[in-house]
Design a protein around this ligand. Structure first.
Ligand SMILES: Nc1ncnc2c1ncn2[C@@H]1O[C@H](COP(=O)(O)OP(=O)(O)OP(=O)(O)O)[C@@H](O)[C@H]1O
Ligand SMILES: O=C(CO)[C@H](O)[C@H](O)COP(=O)(O)O
Length: 395
């Protein structure tokens, strides 16, 4: 993902606020968004870590549309986009900042240093920390821009604080000071075989790159990915792991997706299947959730991940019809939905996005709802505290 976003305003902890239309205008903040900040709602910071090409843009679209945005397509954005303007996507509720903007050197500079952009020595962590802290304190910042078309560092742009600040990219959890500012952290863990398939689909089929160049680029990035990106998994509250299916060893396209959800995170309750805390493997009836071969399997387990207790929700296989997903949804608990079937409705609203027929779309939607709930809880607590203050002053 090569952009930053500001998305749909949230004045209070109500569902209707999430339905507010987004302005979709970079650099402008809506009255409701300002109102939320004025009411003492401290912006929450969400961190999303993943390698390039691992579905961050796709995931962000699900998150921003959950916040009542316009699905927040990039305003500039993306490799090969001649109209590239900025890494920042803006609407009126949430700002999504792409951390590529904090690269230390431009592309030419990295040729001289001999380091890749994955190397932590190539990031400006002091500036990243100062900016995230300032935004969380409700102050605007002048954020640099890394231009992916030219490989240059362009003139900085002004970013205003919004109720939700999302920082996404290669290194959101490397710097301890930045980590401490993050309220909820997510990691997209895409297995090498799946990453290769997605890269082939995008870079070969859509961008005309050769298979050799894609393989060479993955190979060249691997040592630094292993050294600097992957270790951040241990700091994530919510990991979406994407693996080849277990249902058919020959099948290289079907996916098994695991939402690894840390227990004990403030304002976050992991989604469960049927019975919280249990161990379940479920093959839904094909009459209620039809699927192409090799079928579909849902599971729920209690595991340990980097020494932390986690609840894991799994979906292996594809489904034919998104509407039928409501059968699975009706058996999930802690989905953070506002009404019956909202998860399925959110999936339907982005039916054309990659992963809408499998667990990637489902887990991303559940994560998006968890972020919304986290904000709602923090906003409600801030409002309560502010009301108490007003009442105490009046007494
Ligand atoms: N859930 C999914 N299922 C299938 N393919 C997917 C999925 N998510 C992403 N992809 C594929 O991977 C490609 C990269 O996705 P996306 O642009 O969202 O990743 P990104 O992390 O934002 O990439 P970059 O950082 O390089 O801009 C997409 O073009 C799409 O083909
Ligand atoms: O990993 C990346 C983005 O997440 C890119 O490789 C990095 O930002 C450098 O970009 P470019 O190759 O356009 O110079």
């Amino acid at each position: 993902m090569k952009l930053s976003i500001t998305v749909g305003a949230l004045a209070a902890a109500t569902a209707s606020a999430f339905m507010a239309p987004s302005t979709g205008l970079r650099g402008q903040v809506s009255t409701t968004s300002l109102q939320a900040l004025a009411e003492g709602v401290t912006p929450i910071v969400i961190g999303l870590a993943a390698d390039s090409g691992c579905g961050k843009s796709t995931f962000m679209r699900r998150v921003t549309s959950t916040f009542g945005g316009d699905q927040c397509g990039p305003l500039g954005g993306g490799f090969g986009n001649g109209g590239w303007e900025t890494n920042t996507l803006v609407s009126d509720m949430a700002t999504v900042i792409c951390l590529d903007d904090y690269h230390l050197n431009d592309r030419g500079g990295r040729k001289i240093s001999g380091l890749t952009a994955l190397n932590t020595a190539e990031q400006k962590f002091d500036l990243m920390y100062e900016h995230v802290r300032a935004l969380k304190e409700g102050k605007s910042v002048m954020k640099p821009i890394y231009n992916h078309v030219n490989g240059t560092l362009d003139a900085p742009e002004k970013i205003e604080p919004t109720p939700v600040i999302i920082i996404e990219g290669l290194h959101p959890f490397v710097d301890e000071r930045v980590r401490d500012l993050i309220d909820f952290s997510l990691y997209l863990d895409i297995s090498p075989a799946v990453k290769l398939n997605w890269k082939i689909q995008r870079d070969m089929e859509e961008r005309g790159h050769s298979l050799e160049s894609i393989l060479a680029s993955i190979e060249a990035r691997k040592p630094d990915f292993d050294a600097y990106i992957e270790p951040q998994k241990q700091f994530a509250d919510y990991i979406i792991e994407v693996l080849p299916t277990d249902l058919d060893p020959e099948d290289k396209k079907t996916l098994k997706v695991r939402a690894i959800q840390r227990k004990g995170v403030p304002d976050f309750s992991p989604t469960y299947l049927f019975d919280e805390g249990s161990e379940i493997t479920w093959i839904p009836s094909a009459d209620k959730l039809s699927s192409p071969a090799p079928g579909i399997k849902v599971a729920y387990r209690q595991e340990e991940y980097f020494g932390n207790d986690v609840a894991v929700l799994e979906m292996d296989g594809n489904f034919d019809n998104i509407q039928e997903l409501v059968y699975v949804e009706s058996n999930l608990g802690n989905t953070n939905s506002k009404f019956y079937g909202e998860v399925t409705q959110a999936m339907l609203s982005l039916a054309d996005s990659p992963g809408s027929n499998n667990g990637t779309g489902l887990m991303q939607t559940l994560a998006a709802f968890a972020i919304r709930e986290l904000y709602n809880k923090k906003a409600a607590a801030a409002k309560l505290a502010s009301n108490k203050k007003v009442a105490a002053a009046a007494a």
